[in-house]
Design a protein around this ligand. Sequence first.
Ligand SMILES: C[S@@+](CC[C@H](N)C(=O)[O-])C[C@H]1O[C@@H](n2cnc3c(N)ncnc32)[C@H](O)[C@@H]1O
Length: 262
Amino acid sequence: MHTTRALEEARLEGLPQEQRAAYEAEAARLRVEAGLAQKAAMRAALEGAGQRVVIDCSYVTQVEELHAPRHGERVREIVAQANVRSLAKQVEIAMGMNRRSQRPVALNLTSFRGDLAAFCDHSGARSWPVRRHEEHVLDVFASEASNLVMLTPDAAAPLEGPLDPRAIYVIGGIIDKSVIKGLSLGWAEAAGVRAARLPVREHAAELGMSFDGANKTPVLSVSDVVAAMIEAGRTGGDWTAALAVALPERVRRAGVPGRRRR
Ligand SMILES: C[S@@+](CC[C@H](N)C(=O)[O-])C[C@H]1O[C@@H](n2cnc3c(N)ncnc32)[C@H](O)[C@@H]1O
């Protein structure tokens, strides 16, 4: 299979040396320019221009302290699944996608501490373009609690239209390989935070998906949800485009069967 680079090389081979050098210099200049523009966009996003998106890492770093009282017996299951490495990987993927985006979001990591922070720092997290907070999301955004929107597959209301620039969209940093239903919705209800789900059902037809039940919403990974939010922000609320980026092809093709479906 030809890569874009290989095709480009083949095309350039036919050119006289001088033209080829000029072409390559111009391509390098454009690459540098694009890199600088991306860095500027990221700086602006983090300084306040970007849509705020939070990954709440407390499900890995503060399970006993924050979530155990609410979930009782089920907390053992949550602790057993609270996988530091998996969440670290998801956060790194999300950060990388955002860094490459033409229109990045302001990515916030809350309850980012302990083993998780140490593990990420080992992979260079000190220089990631994110806002990191050791405190819980409710403490970080205490003065703006009414702007918080918990994204959860179990919410009744779907997101629709353009993202609200004042809103702070929160994603549960949860890696539940066998889905523990209602974790993020339960938290939102207890904290009095608004909840919303991605509008997969509403855009299923355009995405070529079929649902055989009214209440089925696919449960996506943390990084897939970040991808959807970046694309929804970039396109001004084109959810078909955002979900096409976020939903893995196999999920779309199969109409969300199996364990990703509820
Ligand atoms: C792997 S899911 C965890 C699902 C978990 N059982 C729960 O109760 O949230 C990780 C996070 O991605 C977000 N998420 C996943 N699928 C979503 C959907 N369809 N709509 C909205 N948010 C979703 C939620 O914030 C969720 O906490």
